[in-house]
Design a binder for this molecule. Structure first.
Ligand code: LER
Ligand code: MN
Length: 279
């Protein structure tokens, strides 16, 4: 069964970012539960900033699950990335992600490698940089596996990375890893920019799909842009997707409205009969 999550951002520097609720985990949980979400996706400043007991008791109190946890604050606040040319910085980046993998894994949830993948810096050899990314994922994937969760790798649009922008590119790269434990995070906002056919890309991702960022074309809540959701919902159904769709969207016009719109769309597309499309 597909479940719906909403993002809660705990990083003041990401106030302008695509997150529905900001600043206060307890309040985020309260509002997520009030809207009927099944879980939350946390964007923490650092895994060490989180109190595991507090997170556990908030989730229990509100009947929520942890869907996933972002690592982007490592890039945003410290400029860490898995593809930094400096080996010491790469190690710091891996340590940052590893702490999130461990924390989230304790809740049965995966960590997300989005911005922390970095990019091929100007003047550097692409294959060498891909080797650094491969090394990072090959260390972090087994670590997540030990906690029985996947590691999520997210292809981003061209304005955020020059590593991999499409599902096909990312899938080919994942096939070169030693670890089999990296799944794709399909962010519909990025896919709208980069894919020729979002539904087709989802079908090709198949069993490698591990998480979905449920966002409309303008990165507002689904239903507040012009994404054609029907073929996307049908594609997720066709691949037997059983993961989360998580609202990583801008709080426009405010978080409450974005949350309400997300839940309305989620119920329309995933809690009624799957859409039948002409062949
Ligand atoms: C992270 O999930 C993401 O989608 C990136 O655009 C980072 O902002
Ligand atoms: Mn995303």
């Amino acid at each position: 069964m597909i479940r719906c999550a909403v993002t809660v951002c705990l990083v003041p520097e990401a106030r302008q970012g695509p997150f529905v609720f900001h600043g206060d985990l307890a309040e985020g949980c309260r509002r997520a539960a009030a809207h009927g979400f099944d879980g939350i996706e946390i964007f923490p400043a650092d895994a060490d900033d989180l109190d595991g007991m507090e997170v556990r008791s908030l989730l229990r109190e509100h009947g929520l699950r942890l869907a996933a946890m972002g690592t982007g604050a490592g890039w945003l606040r410290r400029r860490l990335s898995l593809t930094d040319p400096d080996p010491h910085e790469r190690m710091r980046a891996r340590d940052f992600v590893a702490a999130v993998v461990d924390f989230a894994g304790g809740f049965g949830a995966p960590a997300i490698i989005g911005s922390m993948q970095g990019r091929v810096p100007e003047g550097h050899d692409r294959e060498e940089v891909l080797g650094w990314l491969r090394e990072g994922l090959d260390q972090l994937g087994p670590r997540a596996n030990a906690l029985e969760v996947p590691l999520l790798y997210e292809p981003l649009n061209r304005y955020e990375t020059n590593l991999f922008n499409t599902v096909d590119e990312a899938l080919a790269f994942l096939g070169t890893l030693r670890t089999q434990n990296v799944r794709l995070l399909l962010d519909l906002f990025h896919m709208n920019i980069e894919e020729n056919d979002i539904a087709g890309a989802i079908r090709r991702a198949g069993r490698h799909a591990g998480h979905v960022h449920f966002a409309d074309t303008n990165r507002n809540a689904i239903g507040m842009g012009h994404l054609d959701v029907a073929p996307i919902a049908a594609a997720l159904d066709a691949i037997g997707y059983e993961g989360w769709v998580s609202a990583e969207v801008r709080p426009r016009p405010d978080g409450e409205t974005a949350a309400a719109a997300t839940i309305t769309s989620f119920r329309k597309w995933f809690r009624s009969e799957p859409p039948t499309l002409p062949c």
